[in-house]
Write a new protein. Structure first.
Length: 232
C-alpha cells in the first residue's frame, strides 16, 4: 500500500505504479498481508520518453496501470527481470540493452493509456528526438533533420518547439547532459544491489505486490526495514 497526505492506496496484485520526481516513496506491506513482493526500477528517462510517462489513472500524481491480460502481466514480469539481469552484468553493452528493455516496458504500459495516447507527441518529432539521442556526438543540421522528417526546416523547427516546448538544439543540449539509467533495483526477495528510495532523482517504476512465501519469515518488516536488512 502507498501512503500520501494521510490517505492510503491499496495496490492490487500485478499493479504497475509510476512515481514522479519528488514524490515521497512511503509504501509498504498492508497490515493484514503476511508477505509481499515487488519489482522496482529507478531510472532517468531519456527526453523522448517523457510522453510515455503520462498515465491516464493518477493517485496524488502517482500513475497507476492495471491489466487483467495474463500475457501482458507475464511479459512485464519477464522484462523487469531482464532489465535487472542485464544491468547487473559487467558487459558495457548489456547496460545499453537494459535501457532498451526498460523502454519496451514503458511502451507496453503506455499502450494501455488510451487518453494519454491521444495526446502523445507527433510521431515525426518522436523519431527526430530518437535520432538526435542516438547521434549526440555528431554534427547535425536542421536541414538534415528536416529531410528525415519530410518537412521543411522552418516547419520542423516550429513543430518541434510546439511539441516539446524547446528548440531542437536546446533539446539536444539537454539530452547530451541527461544521465541514462540511474540505477536498477532487484526484487525485495533477492539479495541484489539496490538504491534507496531517497536516492531517486527522476521517476520510478514500481511493480507491487505478488505474495510469495519467501517473505513470510519476516512478516513484520516494512519496505524500508526489509531493504536495510538485505542491503549489500
Amino acid at each position: 500500500m502507498i501512503h500520501r497526505n494521510n490517505e492510503t492506496f491499496i495496490c492490487r496484485p500485478n499493479d504497475v505504479v509510476l512515481f514522479p520526481p519528488g514524490c515521497p516513496h512511503h509504501y509498504g506491506r498492508e497490515a493484514k498481508s503476511d508477505c509481499w513482493e515487488h519489482l522496482w526500477i529507478y531510472f532517468m528517462p531519456r527526453p523522448y520518453w517523457i510522453d510515455w510517462l503520462k498515465w491516464d489513472r493518477q493517485w496524488h500524481d502517482v500513475g497507476i496501470t492495471r491489466s487483467s491480460d495474463a500475457d501482458f502481466i507475464q511479459r512485464l514480469k519477464s522484462d523487469f527481470k531482464e532489465v535487472i539481469r542485464l544491468y547487473s552484468s559487467a558487459d558495457r553493452l548489456d547496460a545499453i540493452l537494459a535501457v532498451n528493455c526498460l523502454e519496451k516496458i514503458l511502451l507496453h504500459c503506455f499502450k494501455l493509456q488510451p487518453g494519454s495516447n491521444r495526446l502523445s507527441l507527433d510521431p515525426r518529432i518522436i523519431a527526430i528526438c530518437q535520432y538526435l539521442d542516438e547521434h549526440l556526438e555528431e554534427k547535425i543540421t536542421v536541414n538534415t533533420l528536416a529531410a528525415r522528417a519530410f518537412l521543411s526546416p522552418s516547419r520542423l523547427a516550429h513543430l518541434f518547439r510546439q511539441e516539446t516546448g524547446m528548440t531542437i538544439f536546446a533539446w539536444r543540449e539537454k539530452a547530451a547532459h541527461e544521465p541514462r539509467v540511474a540505477a536498477v533495483a532487484a526484487r525485495a526477495a533477492d539479495d541484489c544491489a539496490y538504491r534507496s528510495a531517497g536516492g531517486i532523482r527522476r521517476r520510478a517504476l514500481f511493480f507491487p505486490p505478488v505474495p510469495i512465501s519467501s517473505l513470510a519469515s519476516d512478516p513484520g518488516s516494512t519496505a524500508g526495514a526489509f531493504r536495510n536488512l538485505n542491503a549489500l
